[in-house]
Design a protein around this ligand. Sequence first.
Ligand code: ZN
Ligand code: ZN
Length: 370
Amino acid sequence: MRKPVAHLSSKSQRTPTRGHGPVIVRGFAMEEFQSATALHHKKTVQDASGAQQPTLLSSLWSVLFVISSALIGFAAFRNTLTWHLQRFWGASGDFWQAQWDRLLDVVGEDPFTFWVYGPAILMMAVYWIVGGIYTILDVANKPAAVRRYKIQPGTNEPVDSKRLMKVIGWVLFNQIVVTMPFIYLSYSVMEWRGFPALRELPTFRWVLVEIAVHILMEEIGFYYSHRLLHNAYLYRFIHKRHHEWTAPIAVTAMYCHPFENIFSNVLPIFLGVFVMGSHVATAWLWFSMAILFTLNSHSGYHLPFLPSNEAHDFHHLKFNQCYGVLGVLDRIHGTDTMFRNSRAYARHVLMLSLLPPREAFPDESKCKAK
Ligand SMILES: [Zn+2]
Ligand SMILES: [Zn+2]
């Protein structure tokens, strides 16, 4: 299950080939990143075909580079961007603290309620309310206006009800039988680690710092666990189930083997919360974001104003491309070369107009025909 986030950040803006189209935003500042990492890639070895293979050391350097430049970038930005947001937060921070106090007054201050019931309810509510809306669109196969945003037109139009039922059954199993015990376990782990003061909400800046770390931890945790699942043996016995859907729909996000659900979906999301010792309110925010991202990644619709989900859709289509969330580690390890040479990559942008990506960037054959 996956969630592109970084596509919100942008350095380069461009308009599509057909001129007066939408303003679009290219994901992650890869051009800068690429030139800066070029040095590391010079320290690579050449295989028999002459193609350069990154060594483990050069990859590690690249990972270090990403982490340090992300931290430096964040430090530079926080005094400008967050200053404005902080002003807003300063005004509304008291409001949120007051709401939080009211909640605590009603439900009490037992950490168990917040770390076990809270995440369990959030997971079910966010997944099925938002996933349910996507599913209605999939089953109804209308309105036509939404169909224009399909990444793989003609697939799941309408979705096969038998296949859908199988997905819903497995996802409920993964949520109730597999994830809920993990949530209980994570409560014990956080108790061992030490809870931050429950009543006091963290500052806005600190929430931003923590969410940045959560995203980074998830990218690392998901990329490597996911790549491991593509090992021939693990793929055959575990990951194949998730890949039954070469054109995914939203609710297939948690349609997978129970082991994969814990190892590759839930653990990478929890990792940052544990490392940072996050406040439970931050953890709730992050869990909700992560679920929304993965639903978007699997939805099969590239909708405007949402982070591009072309990469993970491409992963389902081609199997050996785009293993990560942000695309950073795919770039470092060269697991996105086919994707970057595809039409999907041209569409891999945050659309800031209502023009569907497939119309803004038509297939090459259609381009030539015109
Ligand atoms: Zn997937
Ligand atoms: Zn996969």
